[in-house]
Design a protein around this ligand. Sequence first.
Ligand SMILES: Cc1cc2nc3c(=O)[nH]c(=O)nc-3n(C[C@H](O)[C@H](O)[C@H](O)COP(=O)(O)OP(=O)(O)OC[C@H]3O[C@@H](n4cnc5c(N)ncnc54)[C@H](O)[C@@H]3O)c2cc1C
Length: 423
Amino acid sequence: MLLWIGSSPKWQRAMFDVETIKRNGLCAGCGLCAGIADRSDPAIVMETTDTGYRRPRVVGPVAPALAQQIDAVCPGANIRHERDEHEAEYHPVWGPLIAARLGWSTDTELRRNASSGGGISAILVHLLASGEVDFVLQTAVSPDSPVRNALAVSTGRDDVFQAAGSRYAPSSPLEDIAAHLDKPGRFAFVGKPCDVAGLRQLARIDPRVNEKVPYMLAFMCAGVPSYAGTSALLKEMGVQDESAVTAFRYRGDGWPGFATARLADGTTFKMDYDTSWGHILNRHLQFRCKICPDGIGEFADIVCADGWHCDESGNPLFDEQDGRSIVITRTARGEALLQRAVTAGTLLTEPVALGSLEHMQPFQSRRKGMVVARLGAMMLTGWRRPRYVGLELARNARRLGLKALARNLAGTLRRLVGKETLD
Ligand SMILES: Cc1cc2nc3c(=O)[nH]c(=O)nc-3n(C[C@H](O)[C@H](O)[C@H](O)COP(=O)(O)OP(=O)(O)OC[C@H]3O[C@@H](n4cnc5c(N)ncnc54)[C@H](O)[C@@H]3O)c2cc1C
């Protein structure tokens, strides 16, 4: 039963098109479908919806070849490991894993500005400084609004510094991917786990990806809140008029730092991380994130996460500290890169016991099991389920236990019954 829910019986292999993906709540907003469509006469464009998510809109005929590609690579509809692609042992909870460490940037300003220890940014700075890549494709604050995200092309430390930090709001970093693959030069890609899964799945049908993108980096992700979450956060922080905000960060400037909004007259509003993420933003997650089997960036060469310190009972502490990232290498290429960054002096690392990760990342350690129950609820209520392959979901469900499975099944059933669309 568990295996059947987590795998893909024949009828589940019917094609996924953009509308089916959206209607069944499977769109993650990554932009890949629009990114591989013909740019000169686009059939699909990305937009921010009234509900504050990023979604594709079909504006012209989708050619059969494009439809097939979307069906195969969309990470909302597919999270598929192909075993022969693995260079690393597959840990049932933590995915393909060569080594796990704690790490932080040796650039103290960057470490402070970054989300946790600046692990991702330090690796990017090394990649650019050493000339291993010509640019980095990542997400930064939009030049048009301090409360919106935009794709950024970084070519040096200062660009990486500007883009550092977590932006708990939608991003579509694959929206222009074909155009970037067509450009001269090689680049590193940073994204949410679903973005990276999408790009890795694209590599299976587009050889330019492996030629042009030698490194894919991800951060662990508990889900993407809508821009309505940002508005709710600003309101709770005391901001009366969102359009008056001139600078905004969700966290950072310390670890975890504070959500901070500044107005033109210098008035500043702040809220601690536990309240902003734990009580406001995480109530605005899109449905696809609730059934995400890969919050841990299994398709990345390197993934970073918060290396929270824990109390005596093993629970994460969110009081201010010097930033510290968990840094997991998943491919031989990623491990070699990490070692070069350490040798070059951009990153400091120390060992971490694998067993301590479940205390630092308790949600991520239970997530794959929860997803099985939630997919079961989708099955019972007749929604199309994504194709999840090679993720050890059944094993994680057994590990989670019947009580938690039942709770997740019931909660998701309540959410799904009577709905006409999940988008
Ligand atoms: C939506 C979201 C959910 C998260 N969930 C978790 C979690 O479950 N567990 C956990 O430990 N940490 C989570 N984080 C925080 C993130 O994992 C930490 O940033 C991680 O520790 C990496 O820290 P760092 O200091 O190495 O990153 P930095 O050096 O600060 O680099 C962060 C990178 O993330 C990119 N980025 C920021 N926001 C976005 C976005 N919305 N879309 C795409 N790229 C973006 C930036 O371009 C930058 O390259 C989440 C962050 C986000 C944005």
